[in-house]
Write a protein that binds this ligand. Structure first.
Ligand SMILES: Nc1ncnc2c1ncn2[C@@H]1O[C@H](COP(=O)(O)OP(=O)(O)OP(=O)(O)O)[C@@H](O)[C@H]1O
Ligand SMILES: [Mg+2]
Length: 197
């Protein structure tokens, strides 16, 4: 239910605020009939453009529409591209045996959130230069793996909310999370969730 609410807010944000801002931008542009724009107007236009970008970002963070439209694999692939662009860390994605119709919406969203946390951790903690993410679907389980070539997660590291949340999310579907790492040889986070309870 909370996720459905997020999806609705994301759509409203994207549609209403996004359109209103675009209309505002066009009005501003019409205020001057010939380029170049007066400096103040130019600043207002770029401010509005930034707001449009923010609204889009906030809406997709809330709930990527892609998830419902194209499914999990396509959304992960898209996210990997964004991640690479944002962080400069080379990131690959592979999927095998994925049957989108067989993944229920709750699992789909949960897996996407877990993926986000995994990649965010890579960006924040790993000092990695490469990441490989894989989504595999077997007859009984869905497996999502994020492997980086960074420093490895020292076992004494403080437990944050992120990994705890990851475990809790997986557990909610009867699944579990395994973290493998060796100092200097990277970290692998494997998430396994049954296809159905
Ligand atoms: N890919 C990784 N490479 C190296 N260290 C990692 C990696 N992922 C997690 N860690 C270590 O494990 C710790 C716990 O991660 P966790 O996601 O639970 O918390 P966090 O990212 O620090 O904070 P947050 O609650 O915002 O997620 C991190 O602080 C970090 O030291
Ligand atoms: Mg984290």
């Amino acid at each position: 239910v909370r996720e459905r609410e997020r999806a609705r807010i994301a759509r409203d944000l994207h549609d209403e605020l996004g359109q209103a801002l675009t209309a505002l931008k066009l009005d501003l542009l019409r205020l001057s009939n010939a380029p170049p724009l007066p400096a103040e107007l130019g600043r207002m236009v770029s401010a509005v453009e930034q707001m449009i970008v923010s609204v889009r970002r906030i809406a997709t963070d809330l709930h990527p529409a892609l998830l419902d439209d194209l499914g999990l694999a396509a959304t992960l692939e898209w996210y990997v591209g964004e991640f690479e662009r944002r962080t400069g860390i080379r990131c690959g994605f592979r999927s095998r045996g994925v049957d989108e119709a067989a993944i229920d919406p709750d699992r789909r969203t949960a897996l996407f959130r877990m993926f986000q946390e995994g990649l965010t951790n890579v960006a924040r903690h790993s000092a990695a230069t490469r990441v490989l993410a894989t989504l595999t679907m077997g007859r009984a389980i869905i497996c999502l793996r994020v492997r980086d070539n960074g420093r490895g997660r020292p076992s004494g590291d403080r437990a944050g909310c992120g990994l705890a949340g990851l475990r809790a999310r997986a557990a909610a579907f009867g699944g579990r999370v395994a973290i493998k790492c060796a100092p200097g040889r990277g970290t692998t986070v494997s998430i396994r969730v049954p296809r159905a309870l």
